[in-house]
Design a protein around this ligand. Structure first.
Ligand code: 13P
Ligand code: SF4
Length: 340
């Protein structure tokens, strides 16, 4: 798609019209967004809505985005698996991925003809940084014939060397679907450890870690139980270290954690994961008490309303993948989507 040459000027004043147009939305999120911040967000939300239509764009938003993005501009919200599925289904011309770079790259692999934008190219991931395609080729030489299962939190280069991808919500299912007694699981050591604890398949690990989840400690979780006299549900993402998961009541992907809250309705809950997620879930369940440890993902936080607007207007920050790499990487993502 051609970059736009039309006038990019937008009125970003908090006019009475914008106040009225966004009043119902603010009513919904006022529990987590202070009133004094709304006049800053509302004009961007209105402008993004307009540009989304002009571009025939769809905005996919990860569960870790801040509430003004999650509730303000998303067409779809979800975990990495849910966003990849939506990317595979959409008939929009432009996909704006409000997540991190590997998520946008996955969307591009599934939609080579579409324009896929990431509002800030610097939105990376410590797991994706931990391994290269060359590393995977070396592992294959070291373990001939052992299939490679790769977490989607990786570059297209790494996916191209992979048999099948997985996310944190389907990792066990994917590993078992291969029908082998051994797999190489890359690159998240802790997710791999968790998979290992849930299956009889032997899991060969790599030492990649998420810089956000590795900061939690088992003492943090024990202290919550002590402080609240055991009256707390502790639910954790499998990117946390094994001794942290050992203290949790439930382990799951971001969407599985949200579903846990929806179905179990614990009176008091702590989500051991990136902290914007608790804000987003709290909007839907104002009657529940969320204890919010604030571990922010600096990469996710690079995505802001002004950057989303700018990328829609200019079509800058389009993700491209070398076609030869894309061809091989796509197969590993599609194979995952076929497994479920
Ligand atoms: P989910 O697939 O659970 O959304 O995880 C993605 C991620 O990056 C978590 O840190
Ligand atoms: Fe990567 Fe961790 Fe950020 Fe998720 S939270 S995007 S795994 S650095």
């Amino acid at each position: 798609m051609e970059a736009n040459t039309q006038n990019l000027e937008v009125d970003l004043n908090y006019t009475p019209e914008i106040e009225k147009a966004t009043a119902a939305l603010y009513e919904r999120v006022k529990h987590v967004i202070p009133a004094m911040e709304w006049p800053m967000h509302a004009p961007y939300i209105a402008a993004i809505e307009e540009w989304k239509k002009k571009r025939n764009a769809v905005i996919l938003v990860h569960n870790y985005q801040t509430p003004e993005i999650f509730y303000g501009v998303a067409d779809y919200t979800g975990d990495s698996l849910g966003l990849a599925r939506k990317a595979a289904e959409t008939d929009a011309d432009v996909i704006v991925m409000c997540g991190v770079h590997f998520m946008a790259e996955t969307a591009k692999l599934l939609n080579p003809e579409k324009t896929v934008l990431i509002p800030d190219m610097r939105a990376g991931c410590s797991l994706a940084e931990s391994i290269t395609g060359e590393d995977v080729r070396r592992l294959r030489e070291q373990y001939p014939g052992v299939p490679v299962v790769t977490y989607v939190n990786t570059s297209a280069d790494v996916k191209a060397e992979t048999d099948v991808c997985c996310t944190s919500s389907n990792a066990v299912k994917v590993v078992e679907a291969l029908g082998t007694d051994k797999v190489i699981f890359l690159p998240d050591e802790y997710l791999g450890n968790y998979v290992d604890s849930q299956t009889d398949v032997e899991v060969i690990l790599w030492q990649g870690h998420c810089e956000v989840h590795e900061r939690f400690t088992p003492d943090d979780l024990r202290n919550y139980r002590k402080e609240y006299n055991q009256e707390i549900s502790i639910i954790a993402h499998p990117e946390c270290p094994p001794d942290v998961l050992g203290e949790a009541d439930f382990v799951g992907s971001t969407s599985q954690l949200i579903d846990f809250v929806k179905t179990e309705r614990p009176e008091r809950v702590v989500m051991i994961t990136e902290c914007s997620m608790s804000d987003n879930v709290a909007v839907e369940f104002p009657e529940l008490e969320f204890i919010r440890p604030c571990n922010l993902c600096p990469h996710m936080k690079r995505i802001t309303l002004p950057r989303i607007l700018e990328s829609l207007q200019t079509l800058n920050h389009a993700v491209e993948v070398d076609p030869e790499i894309a061809e091989r990487a796509r197969r590993s993502v599609e194979r995952m989507l076929e497994i479920g």
